[in-house]
Design a protein around this ligand. Sequence first.
Ligand code: C2E
Ligand code: MG
Ligand code: MG
Ligand code: MG
Length: 293
Amino acid sequence: QADSAMYRAKEQGRNNFQFFAPWMDTQVSNRLEMLINLRRALDQDEFKLYYQPKLSLKDGSVIGAEALIRWQSPEQGMVPPDRFIPFAEDAGLIVPIGEWVLRTACHQNKCWQQAGLPTIPVAVNLSPRQLNQSLPDFVSDVLAQSGLAPSCLELEITENVVMKDAEKSVATLHALKRLGLQISVDDFGTGYSSLSYLRRFPVDALKIDKSFVRDIARDADSAAIVKAVISLAHILNLRVIAEGVEDEEQHAFLKENACDEVQGYYFGKPMAVADFTEWLTRRAGSDLAAPGK
Ligand code: C2E
Ligand code: MG
Ligand code: MG
Ligand code: MG
């Protein structure tokens, strides 16, 4: 077994390939194997984007869609991003993967517009490594190639992305803003941004992390935090969106407290292109009555 290069291990319902060489410990071999698989995934087009609607709380209209990556792995089936994005980040593969995401989301959004669907911005998540000086030029090229208007692209960054190297990040964010796109702060409340930086970041919206939204009805602290973030956003002249909205109680609370936008399973799950197209078509046709399916 020591000399066989690849050997399939099945443990606790999880299929994974393990690459063994005598000099490697399991952790190293797992990482190497993940790296090889991700590289192949990129070359063989195994990544997919799912799209989840964002809605206005005022009138229930669809005001955007977030692109969320999935990995259709031949061995493991559909792999969620939390299981491979951290590896991709460590391995430096997040840059090419992120470029693929940006190109694909922009082209897809342009396709929807050409098919006569409502014009909405598509939001793309950015990893820390992607936010470097060459990003604005890259984004500008992608917009030009896809023909998508800059106002139809939104970038989601987490607080930690920007705090890592705040001075450089602020400059890059300004360069991105000059292209005319939208920027939002994802998972707000879970990171380390200071209020003074938040004021200096050229961002348009805050996304309240779903961990606070989940406990709105049961936990007074979470409810208070959600209210505080909504006020903070409005004081700073930012839009505020709640993610992870799963039921009517949370929806009602957010509406009552003047949150601007919502996203969550209650309104629409992340969907493959065909499903999202159908969802959006139906939604645009039926004049946006109650939320849900
Ligand atoms: P995120 O950007 O905060 O995305 C929101 C996550 O919440 C998504 O998980 C979404 O499917 C999930 N979600 C949406 N509505 C609900 C709900 O009502 N309840 C619950 N419990 N969850 C809900 P997903 O798709 O597994 O993505 C996880 C994270 O992976 C994302 O969090 C984002 O940080 C990262 N990610 C996804 N796509 C990309 C990508 O293309 N590039 C990078 N760098 N990161 C990505
Ligand atoms: Mg996001
Ligand atoms: Mg989030
Ligand atoms: Mg998140």
